[in-house]
Design a protein around this ligand. Sequence first.
Ligand SMILES: Cc1ncc(C[n+]2csc(CCOP(=O)(O)OP(=O)(O)O)c2C)c(N)n1
Length: 586
Amino acid sequence: MAKLLMSGNEAIARGAWEAGVSFATGYPGTPSTEVLENLSTYEGVTAQWATNEKAAFEEGMGAALGGVRTLVTMKHVGLNVAADPFMVFPYAGTNAGFVVLVADDPGMYSSQNEQDSRYLAKVAKVPVLEPSDAAEAREMMGFAFELSERLSTPVLFRTTTRLAHTRSVVDVEARVEHERKPFEKNPRRFAIPVYAAFRRPELEAKLGQLRDFAETYEGNFIEEGDPKVGIVTHGTPYQYVKEMAPDATVLRLGMVHPLPGKMLKEFCSRFETVFVVEESEGFIQEGMASLGILNMVGKESFTNIGELSADLVGKGLGGAQVPEGFGGEVALLPRPPRVCAGCPHSGTFSALRKLRVLVTGDIGCYTLGCIPPLSAVDTTFCMGASIGNATGFMRAGEERVVAVIGDSTFLHGGLPGLLSAVYNQVPITVLILDNGTTGMTGHQDHPGTGRTLQKEPAPAVDIEGLVRAMGVEHVAVVDPWELKNMRTAVKEALAHPGPAVVIARRACVLLPEERAQDRVPFRVIEETCIQCDYCMESGCPALVMAGDYPAIREWECVGCAICAQLCPVDAIVAVEDEAGVPAGRA
Ligand SMILES: Cc1ncc(C[n+]2csc(CCOP(=O)(O)OP(=O)(O)O)c2C)c(N)n1
C-alpha cells in the first residue's frame, strides 16, 4: 500500500484498475474525460474512445456479458445519448461487473445544461453510488464492481466536477485480477424484447434486494454528534457539512438510490427537524418525503441551482455556524471565452458572417460562433442537433440554412441527421469543421484522427468519402484560413439543389504539430489603418486595441492572416515584409 496525491478522476481510474477492470470505453466530456485517459495508462486494461456514449455503453454491455469487469465513462449529457441501452440493460442484468461512471456538472462550468443524473438511474432502476472525496472514490469503485456482480446489476457511479478535479491523499493497493466469467446463452434473459414482460417483476425484486442492502451498506453511515442537530447529506456536500457544522449528527449516504428507508426514518425520528444538505435537485429529499418523512428542511434552504459551497451550506443551516468573515463573494475579472489566435473556426465564421444565412450550430469550440465578436451562429443545443435543426428550419420555410458541426461531433451524432436530409432531399448546407481532434475537451482522438486513445495508428475515416457514400452529391473541401475560398464554397453549396457538405479542414492550432510551426506573425500599419475595426471581428486574442488603433501581439500571432483578409485597406501585413506589402492571402 502507498499514499498518492490524486484527483478524483485519477483515483477512480486507479480504483477501477485495482478492481480488475479489463475493458474500459467512453466518450470524452468534461468533467469525466481524465478517467479513461488515466485508465489507458495502466497495464491489463483495454481502453478505447468510442464514437459516442451509446456506442460506448453497448460495447461495455458486450464486454461485461462476455465476462470481464467493464467501466464505461461519460459526462451527464452522455448518459442521455446512452439512455436507450441504459434503460434496458437492467432487465437482463450483467454477468461480470459493469459500472457506468457519469460526471455531472453542477454550475455548468463546461456543459450545456445542469442535470441531476440520479433521476435517470431511478428510471432505469439502477443503484447509484456517490463518493465524497478522491480517496473514497478509489475504494468505492472496487465496491461498485462487487455490488454489480453480487446483484447482477449495472451500477451508476456518480461524480461531480468538484470531486473529479479536486485532489486528496489516496491509499493505493495492488490490482486484483478476476477470472473471465463465461457467458451462458439464455434467450429468456438476454433477448429482452421477447421476454421483458417476464423479467419486469424480477427487476422490481432486485430493487427490493438493493433497498435491503442499502440499510447495512457501510457507505451509508452515521457520525454521532450534537443530538439536536441532524443532517442528511451525500457526495461533496458532506465536506461542506463537516466544515460548517463539525459537531452535528450526520447521516452520510454513499448509496443515494435506492435509499435506506428504515435507516432514514429512524435517524429523522431522533430530531425535531433534519437538514437535507444536497447538491443539484432534491433527489434525496423527495425520496425521504415519499417514505413519509416530513420533519426536514432541504431545497427550501439549499439552492438546486449551481454548486453548493461551504458558505452556502453554512447559510442554509441558519448561518449560526458560519465563522465571521467566512466565504463571501470572490471578485473575479470577467473573462469571456474566446477562440485561440489562428483558430480555424474563426476563419469559418468570418467567412460565414457576411453571407446572411440562418446558421444552426453544435457543441464544440465553435459554439463560440454564437457570441460576439464572431456572431455567426443562431442556435446551439446538443451534440449532433445542428443538422436536424437545419432540416427543420428549411421545412418551416427558411430558404438558406447552414449547419456547422465539428469533426468529432459529426461522427458522434451528426451522421443520422445528414442521412435523413439526404433521404428526404432537404437542401441544407452542412459545414463540417474538421480540425482533426476533439478540441473542446482537450484534444482526444476519434475515428477521424488516425490515432487511438493510446496514440497508436488507427484507420482514419475519410469524411469526404463517408458523406459521398451517404448520398451527398455536392462535397467541397476548403482551408478555413482562406476566407474568399471559404465564402465561395459555402455559396456554391447553398446554390446546390440538394443537401451539400463543405468540409473546412485545418488542424487545431493547439495541437503539438501546429504549435511547432514557425509562421511569420502579422502587424498593423497605423498610417494605413482606417479604424473600421473589421479585423476585430475575427475574435482573435492576439489583436488588441492600442490607443486608437488595433495592434497585434506578435508573440501570440500564429500568422493565419484572417485579420489581414478582413482588412479592407490592406493595413495588416506580415512582420517580415519591410516594404509593407500586404500578405495577400485573400
Ligand atoms: C452528449 C455529449 N457528450 C460529450 C460532450 C462533451 N463535448 C462537448 S463538445 C465535444 C466535441 C468537440 O469536438 P469537435 O466537434 O471536433 O469540435 P472542436 O471542439 O474540436 O471544435 C464534446 C465531446 C457533450 N457536450 N455532449
